[in-house]
Write a protein that binds this ligand. Structure first.
Ligand SMILES: Cc1cc2nc3c(=O)[nH]c(=O)nc-3n(C[C@H](O)[C@H](O)[C@H](O)COP(=O)(O)OP(=O)(O)OC[C@H]3O[C@@H](n4cnc5c(N)ncnc54)[C@H](O)[C@@H]3O)c2cc1C
Ligand code: FES
Length: 328
């Protein structure tokens, strides 16, 4: 059977029953991957003709002209199929690894958000916007997004307290400087695309600011000159944080616009009231030409995805690893 990688104009001889990602890797097709276990979403591609069998036994075939999104690492070839993979210039491959790290700083950013700074024994290679799994103890494992850059001396994370949760209360009540943490990663496909030269829309809700900050810093460090519009949405004024840091970054070059948006209660001077999606809709009749990174809780990410799609950003230019709960 034949596997056609339409975006590259390549046809590969393949065996039915073979794993899609393994087949692409064996043929040196430049597809990014990380966890190889269906968790990180990095190996996402689209079936545009034919079908594949997903890990849960479903046959996946295109239902619309846009094709069917599948995870290559979780897909088995069943017959001739055509796929599209992300543009080759957009691909990053950092093989996920586990590093030992030590807590070197814990600081309150708000009443329920803490900045956790880790020093790892070896550097963690990642692209801004990615996340890692932090293990604080045998049953204390959750994903958190890197807020810094791969070249930093330390790894920075922002953790919000989820009352009644298992891991975030541990971070607030028990974790102390000097504790050991295992960092596994990097994971995630919502990373900075360096080749994009059009405008960038960064939408962050709460601790979604961590990956947004990393992407903003990454774009500046790369010398990218794109206009950048960062919308930072919070519930009340006391949930705002990092504003001075954001303002300092915005002053480093023209073309960076910051919008703090508060949905409930008094709105501090210079910020806006309402939902972050309402602020974007009010500012932009069209977002054609933009690429967008949506960072934070699933409900915000879902609402923002619907909005930006309606305003003209195709789904392949919408990047999001929503902060869904992975409680187990
Ligand atoms: C890709 C990714 C990146 C993430 N990055 C960050 C980050 O940078 N900073 C950060 O603070 N969190 C982040 N998260 C969320 C984080 O992994 C945990 O889900 C969160 O800290 C809650 O864990 P917990 O063990 O305290 O709660 P759990 O024990 O997992 O959950 C307890 C209860 O609270 C609910 N719950 C879980 N999370 C939330 C929430 N956010 N809001 C409301 N209810 C919730 C659960 O459904 C459950 O009922 C990320 C998640 C993902 C998937
Ligand atoms: S490599 Fe396929 S989901 Fe992570």
């Amino acid at each position: 059977m034949e596997l056609n990688v339409r975006s590259l104009g390549r046809t590969i001889a393949a065996e039915p029953g073979a794993n899609l990602l393994e087949t692409l890797r064996a043929a040196d097709v430049p597809i990014s991957y990380s966890c190889m276990a269906g968790r990180c979403g990095v190996c996402r591609c689209r079936v545009v003709q034919g079908q594949v069998l997903s890990a849960n036994g479903e046959l996946r075939q295109p239902m619309t002209g846009e094709g069917e999104q599948v995870l290559a690492c979780q897909s088995t070839l069943t017959g001739p199929v055509s796929i599209e993979i992300p543009e080759p210039d957009e691909i990053v491959v950092h093989t996920a690894r586990t590093l030992k790290a030590t807590v070197v700083e814990i600081a309150d950013e708000t009443h329920d958000i803490r900045r956790i700074v880790l020093k790892s024994a070896k550097p963690l290679d990642f692209t801004p916007g990615q996340y890692a799994t932090l293990q604080f103890g045998p049953d204390l494992v959750r994903p958190y997004s890197m807020a810094g850059l791969p070249g930093d001396d330390t790894l920075e994370f922002h953790v919000r307290l989820v009352p009644g949760g298992r891991v975030s209360p541990h971070v607030f009540e028990t974790l102390k400087v000097g504790d050991a943490v295992k960092v596994s990663g990097p994971l995630g496909a919502s990373y900075l695309r360096r080749r994009h030269d059009g405008p960038i829309l960064l939408v962050a809700g709460g601790t979604g600011l961590a990956p947004a900050l990393s992407i903003l810093r990454g774009a500046l460090a790369e010398g990218m000159e794109n206009p950048i519009h960062l919308y930072f949405g919070v519930r009340t004024a006391r949930d705002l944080y990092c504003l001075d840091r954001l303002r300092a970054l915005a002053e480093t070059r023209p073309g960076i616009a910051l919008h703090g948006v508060v949905s409930h209660g008094p709105v501090p001077a210079g910020l806006r009231g309402g939902l972050v999606t309402e602020a974007i809709a009010a500012d932009w009749p069209s977002l054609e030409g933009f690429r967008t990174w949506l960072c934070g809780a699933p409900a915000m990410v879902e609402a923002a995805t619907i909005l930006v799609k309606r305003l003209g950003i195709p789904l392949e230019h919408v990047y999001a690893d929503a902060f869904y709960s992975t409680g187990y």
